[in-house]
Design a protein around this ligand. Structure first.
Ligand code: AMP
Length: 299
């Protein structure tokens, strides 16, 4: 099959109680594409400024990521600054500079329009909608979003939500979207709005995959040193969708395995700042941790 990923390619400034990094490469599209590239050859859509390191674009190509849909424009790359406290599940956005994403409305390359899986990673929901209008007949569409867009563009999010099969969101975002505090009630509201599955990411505690007649819980890897939680959600989605793309199947057992691979990829992403750990990661390490996850929950 083929997987198209639309998201941000960014510079991030990260503050954690243990350290700070300024202007390191991040972005929802970056994390997601790298994570998916362990299973398939995703096609990325996004824009970067002239300041974006060519070495990262070379890394994408070396990983089999199709960059035909990646534009380099005069101007500055998207920049996000965030702070984490001692609880890695809580973060505060200090600033967001959309820069070259301002007014960006990409034309999808012809080969992208036939994609069978489309992932609308966290980005302006109007942009997500514009991408959907250009793909022919995908078998599966998934989306992610963030409090920034839920606050600033709730109607656009509602429009996209109606057209997707899977929503990835953390518990705070699901509560914001639905106004429900109970996650099961909130999940049901989302299912009534369009998606067939809601993947509720619960940070260092794992994720709950919730459908009308389907519930599956996956733990997160017990990790002593969370270095940088940024990108965990996008890496989860990349592992999840990359695996489904490789398997060419959306059967319930494959959805369960996809959720475990998602959790495995997220667990690696948080072990270093930025994309550091995803750069050095190997397929073998992924399989070893997958087996460890299986042991963790067998009783
Ligand atoms: P995650 O930790 O998986 O939820 O995603 C973190 C990534 O999202 C960071 O690398 C940021 O660059 C990116 N990001 C933050 N805010 C936004 C936003 N408003 N739109 C798109 N991407 C964003």
């Amino acid at each position: 099959m083929s997987l198209v990923i639309v998201g941000s390619l960014a510079f991030d400034t990260i503050h954690t109680p243990w350290g700070r990094r300024e202007g390191i490469v991040g972005g929802s599209g970056t994390y997601c594409s790298l994570a998916a590239s362990f299973f398939t050859s995703p096609k990325v859509v996004g824009v970067v400024g002239k300041d974006f390191p060519p070495a990262v674009i070379r890394l994408f190509k070396a990983r089999g990521i199709d960059v035909e849909g990646l534009e380099v424009r005069p101007g500055k790359t998207f920049h996000w600054e965030g702070r984490y406290g001692y609880d890695p599940n809580q973060r505060e956005t200090i600033r967001t500079d959309v820069n070259v994403y301002e007014g960006y409305r990409p034309e999808l390359p012809a080969s992208y329009r036939k994609a069978e899986i489309v992932f609308l990673a966290n980005i302006d929901p109007d942009l997500q909608d514009g991408i959907l209008a250009q793909v022919r007949r995908p078998k599966l569409v998934a989306m992610d979003t963030m409090n920034h867009w839920i606050r600033s563009k709730p109607r656009a999010i509602g429009r996209v939500l109606k057209k997707v099969d899977i929503l990835f969101a953390n518990d705070e975002e699901i509560r914001m979207l639905t106004g429900e505090t109970n996650l099961i009630k909130a999940g049901k509201k989302i299912l009534a709005a369009g998606p067939r599955l809601v993947v509720t990411k619960k940070g260092e505690h794992g994720a709950l995959v919730f459908g009308r007649r389907f519930v599956f819980g996956v733990l997160a890897n017990p990790c002593e040193d969370v270095v940088d939680p940024t990108g965990a959600g996008d890496s989860f989605a990349g592992g999840f969708l990359g695996y489904l793309d490789k398997k060419k199947s959306f059967s319930p057992p494959d959805i369960r395995r996809a959720a475990v691979y998602g959790s495995v990829l997220a667990s690696f992403a948080i072990e270093d700042f930025g994309i550091g750990r995803l750069k050095s990661l190997t397929r073998r390490e992924i399989e070893t941790r997958f087996r460890r996850f299986r042991k963790l929950v067998s009783f």
